[in-house]
Design a protein around this ligand. Structure first.
Ligand SMILES: N[C@@H](CCC(=O)N[C@@H](CS)C(=O)NCC(=O)O)C(=O)O
Length: 201
């Protein structure tokens, strides 16, 4: 399998961490959504990373669809998203909040980085960052003190998505050690695991 995208992208890193956690071998092509437009569009007509080229030549796009396929490969019982019921809903809720938080954080960054200074609308940036922070705070509130995982007492997609969202938030100058201390501490612990450490950009 070939993963297309740089691990600086939270969505790409989510897939990279999942591949490593499942022990699935893959190669990676370090292309950026903005820096390598033509090559990325050749793999994904939408021009976004990540994309995953399967060994049969088929290309999957969007981290959620890619991870759905990886879950199928390892088997729904072993997958990092539980197969059904309340556990599945809980993990999907955290994942939706955290992927949405990444979307809002990147909207804020794009507003600042892709517009001329006189066209940057600060209230929009502030609104996006507030949404990102309230989503992170909601997940912070779900982590019970002393617990080593976000939910269910084991590693799930909730941990992976919370990890990448916390990383992005810190990159956007959110003071997560002060504002989301349990989430921040948990992410530091996750970094000790091979799947997280080896995918550092
Ligand atoms: N929902 C998508 C989001 C992917 C995404 O927005 N990727 C960014 C990089 S972090 C990108 O390629 N942006 C380029 C663009 O939107 O033109 C996913 O989960 O894979």
């Amino acid at each position: 399998m070939l993963l297309i995208g740089v691990n600086r992208s939270p969505y790409t890193r989510r897939v990279a961490i999942t591949l490593k956690a499942y022990g699935l071998p893959y190669e990676q092509s370090d292309l950026s959504g903005f820096g390598n437009r033509a090559e990325v569009r050749a793999a994904n007509p939408l021009g976004r990373i990540p994309a995953l080229v399967l060994d049969n030549g088929e290309t999957l796009v969007d981290s959620a669809a890619i991870i759905d396929h990886l879950d199928e490969i390892v088997g729904r019982e072993k997958a990092l998203t539980p197969p059904g019921g309340a556990d599945r809903r809980t993990v999907l809720r955290v994942a939706a909040l955290m992927m949405g938080a990444c979307d809002k954080g990147l909207h804020a960054a794009y507003e600042r980085n892709h517009h001329p200074p006189e066209k940057v609308h600060q209230p929009w940036i502030d609104d996006c960052m507030t949404q990102m922070k309230t989503a992170l705070a909601a997940v912070e509130a779900m982590i019970e003190p002393g617990k080593s995982h976000v939910v269910l007492g084991r590693l799930t997609q909730a941990d992976i998505t919370a990890f990448i969202a916390e990383r992005l938030a810190r990159g956007l100058k959110v003071d997560t050690p002060a504002e989301m201390p349990r989430l921040h501490a948990h992410c530091r612990e996750l970094l000790e695991q091979e799947a997280f450490r080896s995918t550092e950009p």
